[in-house]
Write a protein that binds this ligand. Structure first.
Ligand SMILES: Nc1nc2c(c(=O)[nH]1)N=C([C@H](O)[C@H](O)COP(=O)(O)OP(=O)(O)OP(=O)(O)O)CN2
Length: 161
């Protein structure tokens, strides 16, 4: 892409990484000899920072890839009304049925994957790709990447194919 623009969104949300198991799998070797706590299986929250980058090889008649405003509009409802101040929970999480029974009256965001930064980045990426398709813009504007900062020290990026 010759031109890329990035729009940043912020939201607060809770989640739990129910699949976290630091003692299993090949990567556990990296922490051999270290006392390990699977702290991310706990219910906890983040001040998420979402960076959305779209691009094009040409500029439109207004000399932009797309106005930042339109990228904000495309994601605003999802970020502000669906994710912000919600608890993100995987419907496959073993605690989901009980969680829903107890906290279904509060704002929860149900997803069909373990809500890691990587999986959430893909979720936002796919959402924006679909929005561009619905607007007939998929040939003009490409989603280059979505980066989700989970903490000040940890982020994940999804770039699609
Ligand atoms: N690859 C991934 N690893 C982890 C994810 C993730 O989404 N992708 N998520 C978590 C937890 O949600 C956790 O809250 C963040 O973990 P971590 O970076 O270990 O958090 P710390 O606050 O301990 O970070 P430090 O800056 O090192 O203190 C876990 N892993």
């Amino acid at each position: 892409m010759k031109y890329e623009i990035t729009k940043i969104f912020r939201f607060e949300a809770g989640h739990r990484v129910w699949k976290q198991d630091l003692r299993s799998g090949k990567t556990a070797k990296l922490s051999e000899g270290v006392v390990i706590e699977n702290k991310c299986v706990n219910l906890h929250g983040h001040s998420y920072v979402l960076e959305v980058t779209v691009g094009s090889d040409t500029l439109n008649e207004q000399d932009v890839v797309v106005d930042f405003y339109h990228i904000k509009s495309a994601l605003k409802d999802l970020v502000d009304n669906v994710f912000d101040h919600s608890f993100i929970i995987d419907v496959n999480d073993p605690i989901y049925p009980k969680f829903k029974e107890l906290f279904g009256c509060y704002k929860i965001t149900e997803v069909d994957f373990c809500p890691t930064a990587e999986a959430l980045a893909k979720y936002f990426y796919d959402f924006l790709v679909q929005k561009l398709k619905e607007a007939g813009l998929e040939e003009d504007i490409k989603v280059v990447s979505v980066t989700l900062w989970e903490t000040a020290t940890g982020k994940a990026t999804y770039r699609g194919e």
